[in-house]
Write a protein that binds this ligand. Sequence first.
Ligand code: HEM
Length: 377
Amino acid sequence: MRSQGIKGPSYKFLHGNTKEIYAMRAQSMGRPMDHLSHEILPRILPHIHSWVNIYGRNFLNWYGAEAQLVETGFRNEGDKWTKLRKLANGVFHGESLKSMIPAMISSTEQCSKGGKQDDDKESEKLEQGIRNCIVEIIKKRDQETSNNDSKKDFLGELLEASRDNNEENRISLNDMVDECKTFYFAGHETTTSLLGWTVLLLAVHSDWQEKARAEVFELCGETNPTPDSITRLKTMNMIVEESLRLYSPVPAMKRKVKKEVRLGEMTLPSNMELYISPLVVHHDPRIWGADVHRFKPERFEEGIAKATNNTLAAFLPFGFGPRTCVGLNFAIVEAKIALAMILQRFKFELSPNYVHSPIQLFMVRPQHGVQIILESL
Ligand code: HEM
């Protein structure tokens, strides 16, 4: 890669640059931020922040013995992914997504009344417990719908695929369990992160909280959101997009190059790993302007193309291309419902106990939670 002008920190025996990266991250995330700044890139990905300045926009670092190119990218997928992805695509759109709205509303209602979580299971038993639980749900649904009368949600589609007469299309029980786990973890942690950061932003920016609430009352009154009102919550959409930009729940994605491939001016050898970071792109002043670290939902007023100066790929909280998050619409609808129902019931401000300490533990999350003071309306 050096011959193609790609530079980077030098390889250290066995551990590549991993030790340096861990040390930099331990230092940057080791204590809270001094003030409530949204400039979180140097904190979450300090090595990238620093090495981009030294080695340029695209650079090579070593994750152990693995060469990793920090860039934007793509991926070719295997047959199994294509099959399962097709199935999931259909479920998280249109009528099928609409049919999930009542469940989202009732779970938000339960949370806003205060719920209790049973999280005291030992970790080694957890995986088996989760598997058993999923298998039980699958079997129960299988029995309910064995007369070929499957409900058209994701589980229904998976069950139908498991009964496919064509062996090539058929999926196994293990595939079903894996898919359910993927969807639960991919969907739960990310949406929790999005909601946490958005509540923080609205608690701090009370003007936007008021605007969002006024819109919710105008479109929904005091009743629960409907599919129609959810799509018309424009201010809310701008707020959610700005929150996803500043605090992208997924800070980075990886891709492996299967065989030698050209990427722009570069030729990438097979097995090279690409490291693509929404957080880096979302905090780039060349795209978003000098106020890149400010919370300014109005930048999305006329859509993503306008906000990004026609660089659509510069806004990628859900990834980009064929591998884009399959739960994108689900997540946005779920977040809008939860926020709308909170705004209908409460005014909120940040508690003096809140400590601003964004960290990355899989997702970008507030290390000590987001403490807010609620006032019933
Ligand atoms: C704010 C919420 C969410 C964010 C920020 C988010 C972000 C992402 C990102 C960045 C990817 C990787 C895309 C890529 O590699 O190019 C992804 C993939 C995925 N997400 Fe989400 N996600 C969210 C919510 C959800 C929800 C609610 C679900 C399920 C209901 C979900 C299911 C998935 C699945 C299954 C994949 C893998 C797709 C594939 O490989 O084909 N996500 N998500």
